[in-house]
Design a protein around this ligand. Sequence first.
Ligand SMILES: [Fe+2]
Length: 495
Amino acid sequence: MKAKLVNRVHSTIDPADPHPYLHGAWTPMFEEWDADALDVEGSLPMDLDGVYLRNSENPVHQPLGKYHPFDGDGMLHAIRFRGGRASYRNRFVRTAGFLAEQNAGRALWSGLAEMPPRSERPGWGAQGALKDSSSTDVVVHAGRALTSFYQCGELYQLDPQTLQQFGPAKWEGEGGFPAEGVSAHAKVDTTTGELLFFNYSKQAPYMHCGVVSAEGRLHHYRPVPLPGPRLPHDMAYTRHFMILCDFPLFWDAALLPKGLHVARMHDLPSRFALVPRPGTDIDPDIRWFEAAPTYALHFVNAWEDGDEVILDGYRQRCPLPPPLEGAPKPYAMLMAYTDLHSLKPQLWRWRFDLARGTTREEPLDEGVTEFGTFNRNHAMHPHRYVYSALGEHGMFLFNGLCKHDLRTGNNQPVLFGPGIYGSEAPFAPRPGGNAEDDGYLVSFVTDLNRDCSECWVYAAQDLAAGPIAKVRLPARIPSGTHACWTPGSALRHSE
Ligand SMILES: [Fe+2]
């Protein structure tokens, strides 16, 4: 391995702070690396060609008050595979908030678990006083990696291979980048090259969605009016629709004027908006569909079948869990909200009947899973396989993967091993492959036993065989949230 330490930022985090999300696999790192010719245990397939990008919440400064693991500064990790070799880089996302705190040498904004007035400067996001850390999600659109924040904010642009930074996206057309910001989980429709996105806020109409062309021009932006502030997290899309959601878990409206942002379940149905995509020849009115109350963090795929629009995602069986049993008291609520085994999400299917205006829904699996990936060549079409993350009990950590075969109902879980935690693992289709599962799953893992990190590559047709390659990274990296795979064919113009 040829590794070069490019930069190290000064941290003010107190190593004695007992917060569980500042230790173990969530221990932040402060170094930025360039590394080539990475050492490989096993063998990297010659046809694995592309870049795996993963965002992460990586705090630099001692928090102002209570810390939430989703407050940390965005750090992007990139590993490029080509010709049986791999190279790696990581960079903090140079957000306005990150740069301001670098100048100040300390934290200036409080986080999700604190009272907003504790922030020392005006903030961003739906809550209104958070630092836009751009730390939640990453997609690649028009040759640029775009990082995003789950509470809405800028989309920060980076080169997907070099991680060179180009600042916030500035769109042409329709008034430019929305003042309301953009939520995490914008989607790229690779058939049109469009970026589909949504945002949400505390001001009416409370939600918008829009479409950006393959050339980076905002050509569609419309309100999706809601009855009040809501907390949507993900969206989906089909050939003709963007699918947005209004779940009954949202801030208590009576407490908002007091500055308290307390989520609770309301006695309301779940609602899904089918928003016609521009350029389609269907009635532009939004169609709303009701479903049983729940909350869903993430969807997998959606498609159209005759009069039906079908949506797969993860329905939570317990969206408002009790405090985590056995957790240190100050962290018991936070640890329940970030514990998959408290929220109990399961793979689920919603079917919206456009002719009747009705919804049918059904479980696809009973196991606790989330953070699903699939062969995105099947986006907007029926898929057979979903690859979910398995959660560690009590902590927001992924301890394995599960391949769901929706045709047979078989599940193939694989565990990484004790003390080894992975990332969201996108599916990298094998060039020239025909079968839906002919490809690779790629995940960063952090091994607390050996105090190191690697990138593991699995053959998706045989997860039980274990990783076919383990690629050593130059440093131990912390856990994070979302990741994406971009094939080499979509990167060529930036080389
Ligand atoms: Fe997410």
